[in-house]
Design a protein around this ligand. Structure first.
Ligand code: AGP
Length: 611
């Protein structure tokens, strides 16, 4: 996620801002910038691609940037490649309005067109430059900062934490937020704003959490808050008692549990980005409807959890779009003696966009003239740049090595690809298509409900902490859920686990079942539950301890099966998005109970850039 820091008061602003941005580096970024202004002076803007230290070197840690009022930014690219040009702060042509932004302006394209019709030109590819010039447009129209910012909020759609300086208003910073985080602080004649508490914890522990559509006006005398009607409002401050390290995790104990809880927002952001006014827009695939219609089979490839997304997607795309789909482990796929028709579409899934085996598989397919698209989280990464088209997931930077929110966002992207093909191939009734779109929109709330019941999962994990072997079994999409569940458990709890197609267990592996072996049944696919229950009974008769994860309303399961939290109902094509949350939590709690390094498990790297 982007990081924002602002300061105004009696001290030199730049060193304070750079120090604050350094405290936000954990959020992940690819470029940085700062703007400062001395009373009556010019706006000075310095930006740099790469690490924050490049900006610090350019400004001698801020010492050679005079000015007592300023804003700074570390950018996690969402629109436009990582570059100095795209880095924040952004400004109007006269450099009299300067802004930094964290979030996604979903309707930036029509807003940009509107501004261009009014004579604006643009130097970057970012939605933030559009936001800045929209503020400028209304500032020129109403000649008043609060009105300019409230008009921006009335016309921009999406998420934003926006901090703005106006050259006519010395020593003042104006800020507004919607859905993206922002905190405000004031102490000893200095006013601070930041994306997150760590950036300003050194200066003050008295924090104001600005709410959606609230505007803050900061100056050396204090902070004033307004609503969107520009009426002044009173806000209560919060005293932060976290230490600095806890503050980086927003008060969560680990990044993983923090990222697990970000999933409702991540899914909402990803769905909203591609569903504009209810219409599916996958133009970033860079394939026309005609080209997509000529595709007669899909190959999905990736590694680890990204590969597991492909297993879910195979069932979903085949069932909804009636097109053949196969899923390949990238490290195997790249060495296959392929038999290809040239009418395939290869989809490479990767959070980092730098996984060596996935990149090699992509390059191999491109050399063979096969159309390739990527589903990637890191903007401007190798796989994203080299694929013919790319759908960026809106998960933000994922810090924990074990993926959670990126996995969930990748599922959404694949569901949308399934719907795109279904729409082109006319395999669904309009009513059912619309109902599926609505189901995707409902996912964040349903996932929030699962998260609210996490204590049940924590209790179950505490009872299973000494297990040596865990088997996950299921059929269809339930099997696809098992493979990700098993990997999550293994990679952070270090407990051995296997995922098995429920019908396959009896063909050998059932010999491993002993007294007390934990066998977990995933039961979300109504047509397959009965068969999987039989398979679970087979293991139970050989001593297994059986626990099941089923959708609410499934009351006719064997009484002696341990029931994990029942899952909110959702169209069964999307069950993985709900069930995986429980399994992420199960693995997380077991890892914590076993005293492991949850965010940095042994032997693992976040991105495997070697073969
Ligand atoms: C996920 O929890 C694992 N850490 C790992 O399997 C990961 O999914 C895999 O290495 C692929 O990474 P990528 O998505 O960045 O390509």
């Amino acid at each position: 996620m982007c990081g924002i820091v602002g300061y105004t008061g009696g001290r030199q602003a730049a060193p304070i801002i750079l120090d604050g941005l350094a405290k936000l580096e954990y959020r992940g970024y690819d470029s940085a910038g700062i703007a400062v202004k001395n009373n009556g002076g010019e706006m000075q803007i310095v930006k740099a691609k790469g690490r924050l230290k490049v900006l610090c070197e350019l400004t001698s840690d801020g010492e050679n940037l005079g000015g007592v009022c300023g804003i700074g930014h570390t950018r996690w690219a969402t629109h436009g490649e990582p570059s100095e040009n795209n880095a924040h702060p952004h400004c109007n042509d006269e450099k009299t309005v300067v802004a930094v932004h964290n979030g996604i302006i979903e309707n930036y394209a029509p807003l940009k067109a509107k501004l261009m019709r009014r004579g604006y030109t643009f130097y970057s590819d970012t939605d933030t430059e559009v936001a800045t010039k929209l503020v400028d447009y209304y500032y020129k129209k109403y000649n008043e900062p609060l009105r300019a910012i409230s008009e921006f909020a009335l016309h921009a759609r999406g998420s934003y934490a926006l901090a703005v300086m106006f050259s006519d208003y010395d020593g003042e910073i104006f800020a507004i937020r919607k859905d993206s985080p922002m905190v405000i602080g004031y102490t000893d004649g200095g006013a601070y704003l930041a994306s997150d508490v760590p950036a300003i914890l050194k200066y003050t522990r008295k924090i104001y959490y600005i709410d959606n559509y609230e505007i803050a006006r900061l100056n050396a005398n204090g902070v004033t808050f307004y609503n969107l009607d520009r009426d002044e409002i009173q806000k209560q401050s919060t005293l932060i008692d976290w230490n600095a390290e806890a503050a980086e995790k927003g008060g969560w104990e680990h990044f993983m549990i923090k990222e697990i809880h970000e999933q409702p927002d991540v899914i909402k952001n990803t769905v909203n980005y591609f569903l504009q006014d209810g219409k599916l827009n996958l133009s970033e695939l860079k394939l026309t409807d005609k080209q997509l219609s000529e595709i007669d089979s899909i190959i999905i490839t990736g590694c680890g959890s990204a590969y597991h997304v492909g297993i879910v997607a195979q069932y979903v795309i085949e069932d909804l779009a009636r097109i053949p789909v196969r899923v390949e482990i990238a490290s195997e796929f790249r060495y296959r003696k392929h038999v290809l028709t040239g009418r395939e579409l290869v989809i490479v899934i990767s959070q980092s966009g730098e996984t060596a085996d996935s990149l090699a598989a992509l390059r191999d397919m491109k050399e063979r003239g096969i159309k390739t698209v990527a589903v990637v989280n890191v903007v401007g990464s190798s796989i994203a740049r080299e694929a013919d088209g790319v759908l960026y997931t809106k998960a933000g930077p994922e810090i924990s090595v074990a993926t959670t929110k990126a996995y969930s966002a990748q599922l959404i992207a694949m569901y949308l690809i399934a719907l795109k093909f279904a729409s082109l191939r006319k395999t669904l009734t309009e009513a059912y298509y619309d109902s599926l779109i609505n189901e995707l929109v409902s996912l964040p709330d349903k996932i929030s409900r699962v998260l609210e019941n996490k204590s049940e999962v924590q209790k179950f994990a505490s009872e299973m902490v000494d297990k040596k072997d865990v088997f996950f079994i299921g059929r269809g999409i339930d099997y696809a859920i098992c493979v990700e569940s098993s990997l999550k458990l293994k990679e952070i709890s270090y407990i051995h686990s296997e995922a098995y197609a429920a019908g396959e267990l009896k063909h050998g592996t059932i010999s491993l079942i002993e007294n007390g072996t934990l066998v977990m049944g995933i039961l979300t696919q109504s047509e397959l539950i009965e068969k999987t229950v039989s398979n679970l009974k087979e293991t139970e008769s050989r001593g297994a301890y059986v626990a099941v994860l089923a959708t609410e309303g499934n009351d006719n399961l064997p009484a002696d099966f341990r029931k994990l939290s029942s899952l909110p109902k959702v169209d069964e094509h999307f069950s993985a998005s709900i069930a995986v949350i429980v399994m992420q939590l199960f693995a997380y709690f077991l890892s914590v109970l076993r005293g492991n390094d949850v965010d940095k498990p042994r032997n693992l790297a976040k991105s495997v850039t070697v073969e």
